[in-house]
Write a protein that binds this ligand. Structure first.
Ligand code: SAH
Length: 239
């Protein structure tokens, strides 16, 4: 009788772990398809970006309810009215920063932590600032769980950057603003790159890449129309 009970438990255990590993394979397949169709298929070719996105379990960064759609070609809600960006936009912004190993990057708008993970796979050190405490705590916990030791998470208004850790080789702002916060320009190295969705925060914005040249001159290149949630806090003062 006892043996039969053990047998049932053992069979249930095997079935459960088989279904868990099967679900994992489904997500791996979806991720590979996403890379081929939505990332490479749309012209992103930076091997470092592709490799990073191939290895990161994006489904862990979205609420359980949306897990099946984690590899779809769209943003998804992450709570508190915020979103994780569309995978293609994450790839496009990361590629535009032309990152190299050894660099240090600042992100404004941690959100789910996914973009920070993509950066952390490529560069040495990532500093990421999130204005919403709940999201900041949640992403910090997840990034630690996933084993990232080179991501530093801070709960603050990212308008002011992270002066104690400046200067940065690159800065990525993943919330929309109608101007580039001057403190962030100051915290960018000469030769550094900064990317953000620039424009009216209630409508669409233009993905804009700024490069800091000798003497601090900023040169801007407009890339493509995008639609991000607004940068709140100081950025919205006087709007
Ligand atoms: N990069 C995120 C998605 C960003 S969504 C990801 O990979 O999931 C935009 C995020 O910017 C939101 O979480 C929002 O709370 C945050 N945000 C808005 N204004 C901010 C500010 N002034 N400073 C820091 N974070 C800000």
């Amino acid at each position: 009788m006892k043996l039969a009970r053990y047998l049932v438990i053992a069979i249930a255990f095997v079935l459960l772990s088989a279904s868990a590993s099967c679900a994992k394979d489904v997500q791996t397949d979806r991720r590979a398809r996403m890379i081929e169709r939505d990332i490479k298929g749309r012209g992103v070719s930076d091997e470092r970006v592709l490799k990073a996105m191939e290895s990161i379990p994006r489904h862990r960064f979205v609420p359980a309810f949306y897990r099946d759609r984690a590899y779809g070609d769209h943003p998804l809600p992450i709570g508190e009215g915020q979103t994780i960006s569309q995978p293609y936009v994450v790839a496009l912004m990361t590629e535009a920063l032309a990152l190299k190993p050894g660099e240090r990057v600042l992100e404004i708008g941690t959100g789910s932590g996914y973009q920070a993970a993509v950066l952390a796979e490529i560069v040495d050190e990532v500093y990421t600032v999130e204005i919403r405490e709940g999201l900041s705590k949640k992403s910090d916990k997840l990034l630690k769980e996933l084993g990232y030791k080179n991501i530093n998470v801070k709960h603050a208004d990212g308008y002011w950057g992270w002066p104690e850790q400046a200067p940065f080789d690159a800065i990525i702002i993943t919330a929309a603003a109608n101007h580039i916060p001057p403190p962030l320009i100051r915290q960018l190295k000469e030769g550094g790159r900064l990317i953000l969705p620039l424009g009216p925060t209630t409508f669409y914005q233009v993905l804009t890449l700024a490069t800091k040249h000798k003497g601090g001159e900023l040169r801007l290149v407009q890339m493509s129309p995008v639609n991000f949630v607004p940068m709140t806090g100081e950025a919205q003062k006087g709007e």
